[in-house]
Write a protein that binds this ligand. Structure first.
Ligand code: GAL
Length: 361
């Protein structure tokens, strides 16, 4: 079809608008207008996928890696994995290594959602599409973001606590809040979900936050320090710890054990780590959030391979990362207590029953 009445610039603009409309209407990610690199031809017959992870120190990220690599390999791709050991400079260098290796797509679970914007820029320069995995990368031209419903995680954690605190009996309740790592956009979203539930109760005075802090690098030992600081401040005069994941819950529970308070104070979590599930059986942790990692990792592998082959993928929404509306895919989450461990974590094959029930602490 020829568009003579249009000077070249106007023709290009019309094409850009048209493909925008198309991608919005269909939710397709075909590589955004002006992104010559994303629409460039795929490099290899067997797609090569670069996977850059923040850390492999936590159980959950080892699972993400294993599920992702298995699925991508099943789809005929090769995967090159880099572990940044929670070091921003190293993670940027990891992405540079993947670019130099000539991968067709890069999947990044960032340690720091701001620091990795530079790495996304480098990949785009090299014509390589970038998928942010679980954690958002801010202020850059990201192709795709795949994660869980992180706001819902926070809502479920706080709602569990509000309901359980009400069962303790009447009167004001005192809680500590352990947020995640400030470098991780998810930590902010978890907190926002918690705030939505807690705010009215804090404003009414029904709940008092007696101590709160952000846990550097999500490290259990840092969480223990914060819980100890809270115990030094208020003694045993509190009812619960709203911890944002199982690792930090485990650190805080260590502090409670030393005070003889374990099992007497409500503690939340997230990730359904095996140790956390055992603590829930044993009564020292009250709940966790089960995130079907296999589902997210396999979907991300499937979409990464498609991006590598410059094939369209379906996004179910978008997320403003401060620079662009990033096409986004979100997977739902489930609150888990000792009452539904079997129907969720065990039934899904996330942990075998005998491992969960063997040694409650
Ligand atoms: C978050 C992630 C959580 C948690 C945490 C620590 O970004 O969504 O599942 O494990 O990192 O790694």
């Amino acid at each position: 079809m020829h568009f003579p009445q249009f000077p070249r610039m106007k023709l290009r603009l019309a094409l850009v608008v048209l493909s925008c409309l198309l991608s919005i209407v269909t939710g397709l990610v075909l590589g955004r207008p002006g992104h010559t690199s994303a629409t460039a031809t795929a490099g290899h017959i067997r797609p090569v996928v670069g996977l850059s992870l923040d850390t492999l120190k936590e159980e959950r990220w080892q699972r993400d890696r294993d599920n992702f690599v298995r699925k991508a390999t099943d789809l005929g791709a090769d995967v090159k994995v880099q572990d940044a050991n929670s070091d921003d400079v190293r993670q940027v260098a990891d992405v540079q290594t993947l670019i130099t290796l000539g991968v067709d797509v890069i999947v990044i679970a960032p340690h720091n959602g701001d620091a990795m914007a530079k790495a996304v820029g480098m990949a785009r320069e090299a014509g390589i599409p970038v998928l942010a995995y679980d954690r958002l990368i801010r202020n850059c031209d990201l192709d795709l973001y795949m994660t869980f419903d992180n706001f819902r995680v926070g809502e479920l954690q706080a709602q569990y606590l509000v309901d359980a605190l009400a069962k303790i009996g009447p009167g004001k309740k005192r809680i500590m809040r352990l947020y995640g790592a400030k470098t991780d956009n998810n930590a902010t979203v978890f907190k926002a979900g918690q705030d939505k539930v807690l705010r009215p109760l804090i404003d009414s005075g029904a709940i008092e936050v007696v101590h709160e802090d952000w846990v550097d690098d999500w490290k259990p030992e840092n969480a223990k320090k914060i819980a100890n600081a809270g115990l030094n401040k208020v003694g045993h005069n509190f009812d619960a710890i709203l911890a944002s994941n199982d690792g930090t819950a485990g650190g805080a529970i260590q502090a409670l054990i030393e005070e003889g308070l374990a099992g007497k104070v409500l503690v939340t979590g997230q990730d359904a780590d095996l140790a956390a599930c055992q603590r829930i059986v044993g009564g020292t942790q009250s709940m966790t959030i089960y995130k079907p990692l296999k589902k997210l990792a396999e979907k991300a592998a499937e979409y990464a391979v498609k991006l590598a082959q410059r094939r369209p993928v379906i996004a179910t929404g978008s997320y403003d990362n401060g620079q662009v509306q990033v096409p986004t895919v979100q997977v739902d989450v489930v609150a888990v207590t000792k009452d539904n461990l079997k129907e969720t974590v065990v039934a899904d094959g996330f942990h075998p029953a005998q491992a969960v029930y063997q040694t409650g602490q």
